[in-house]
Design a protein around this ligand. Structure first.
Ligand code: ATP
Ligand code: MG
Length: 445
């Protein structure tokens, strides 16, 4: 993409309404525009990152054996009356009346709808286990939308629903989700710690939230700091192997890690003092086993091997896809702007032409741009007639992990400069070597 033809409305000043760094930088980098309280347009740069995050979420769900589908944003109130939640949900639900005077709502979540799909088509244990998920916009009329995409009213969520014949199988689905989530966050460069969550009126302790540590997080968290060193890495996990999956979950949930909602002072004090940490965290996901709450209320029954009919065992599992952009920026930035990882960056590399209009510099940039494209790498080429300082400031703000800087002086000695956004380190290499270097970096991504 040539920047002269792109749409990147970068802001020079800090917007007054943004209280936290991710919100400020998303506005400054021209990623989003607020349209109403908690409702945003995703401008081209933000949209690119959102799509990349969505793609990682999809890949890890499919890897775990879960099946994508797409349900609508608008739902019928009647469905929610069946579960009793139409009246219970309260003010957070946006209620809509259509021209036939039918009561509708903009879905805040999809348990009722997926249960309806399930009961219409599945009635035997032979069709289980089954996990269906989608990535779809939700609406919750939050009391205090704030912090940009972190607490929006309209936001993108991955929500998955597991259906199993009995509790053991349902808990395996829960564990599968935990492991797939750990890998999802890790791929985005995040350390998201599973913390036992409060289960509310349903009971049981089979719910975990995933928290990314950040000063600006809305939850207070208490943890053994050794938990931050745990990594899933490249382990090849057989998601059908209950014992293997359960062992991974155990590894990641044994050390103390709780939010203020479930904090247990006595258990926390058993953690060696120098490992005890209190901080703040951003909730980027939650998994939940709730058994037959919806299947019983809505008649989603399955025949067991011995011929009896039982309500199907369910769980629901969510990832805050749009919130993740904010969480990633909170975790990875400096005073000049965002620092994306190779996995989520909107463009793999930026090209800065220090002297637009200089024949040699223009030709070298064009050459780099095309050579990168043939390797499947779409560079963002700053071909504007701007000062070098302004070009660097833009590149630093939008946070591409790599920059190739091209100027007449370097070219005279046959080199361009390759710079890492994260470390600030540069090396001077030939244009061919620069392309090879960037291609090598992205070979494993
Ligand atoms: P919170 O406690 O932050 O209000 P929640 O527990 O109500 O969130 P869930 O129903 O667990 O949310 O939704 C799954 C995920 O969706 C959350 O873990 C979070 O990452 C994301 N999410 C929830 N509400 C919002 C929101 N208003 N804006 C952006 N993302 C959200
Ligand atoms: Mg939650």
């Amino acid at each position: 993409m040539r920047l002269s033809r792109y749409f990147l409305p970068v802001l020079k000043e800090n917007p007054a309404e943004a209280q936290i760094v991710s919100h400020r930088y998303m506005l400054r980098a021209g990623m989003i525009k607020q349209q109403a309280a908690g409702i945003y347009s995703w401008l081209p740069l933000g949209f690119r990152v959102l799509k990349r995050i969505e793609e990682i979420v999809h890949q890890e769900q499919v890897r775990a054996g879960h099946i994508p589908l797409l349900m609508p944003t608008l739902q019928s109130a009647d469905l929610w009356r069946e579960s009793g939640r139409y009246d219970d949900y309260g003010q957070e639900m946006l209620r809509i009346i259509d021209r036939q005077k039918r009561e509708m709502l903009y879905g805040p979540t999809n348990e009722e709808m997926i249960t309806d799909i399930f009961r219409s088509h599945v009635n035997s244990y032979k069709d289980l286990p089954l996990t269906l998920y989608h990535i779809q916009w939700k609406f919750r009329d939050e009391m205090r939308p704030r912090f940009g995409v972190m607490r929006g009213r309209e936001f993108l969520m991955k929500d998955g629903y597991s259906f199993d014949i009995d509790k053991d199988a349902a808990l395996h689905a829960y564990n599968r989700h935990m492991v797939s989530y750990l890998r999802t966050y890790e791929r985005m460069g995040l350390t998201a710690i599973p913390m036992r969550a409060a289960s509310g009126p349903i009971g049981g302790d089979n719910t975990h939230e995933f928290l990314v540590l950040a000063q600006t997080g809305e939850s207070e968290v208490f943890y053994d700091d050794r938990v931050t060193a745990l990594k899933l890495g490249q382990r090849d996990i057989d998601f059908d192997d209950r014992a293997v999956v359960a062992d991974v979950c155990k590894e990641f949930t044994t050390l103390y890690a709780r939010t203020d909602e479930t904090h247990d002072v006595t258990a926390f004090e058993a953690v060696p003092e120098h490992h005890r940490k209190v901080g703040r965290g951003i909730e980027v996901g939650q998994i939940f086993y709730f058994g037959t709450k919806y299947s019983e209320a809505m008649g989603a029954m399955v025949v067991t091997p011995d011929g009896s009919r039982v309500p199907v065992e369910m769980g629901s599992h969510g990832i805050g896809v749009s919130r993740l952009l904010g969480a990633i920026i909170e975790a990875s930035h400096d005073d000049k702007g965002i620092i994306w990882s190779e996995e989520v960056t909107p463009f793999p590399v930026g090209i800065v032409n220090l002297k637009q209009g200089d024949g040699a510099a223009d030709a070298a940039c064009e050459g780099l741009y095309k050579a990168l494209a043939t390797k499947g790498l779409e560079a963002l080429y700053d071909d504007r007639d701007e000062r070098a300082g302004a070009k660097f400031a833009t590149m630093d703000m939008i946070g591409l992990p790599w920059r190739i800087t091209v100027g007449p002086r370097g070219l005279a000695s046959g080199v361009v400069e390759v710079t890492s956004r994260r470390t600030g380190e540069s090396e001077e290499v030939s244009p061919e070597a620069a392309v090879a270097r960037i291609a090598q970096i992205y070979a494993g991504v």
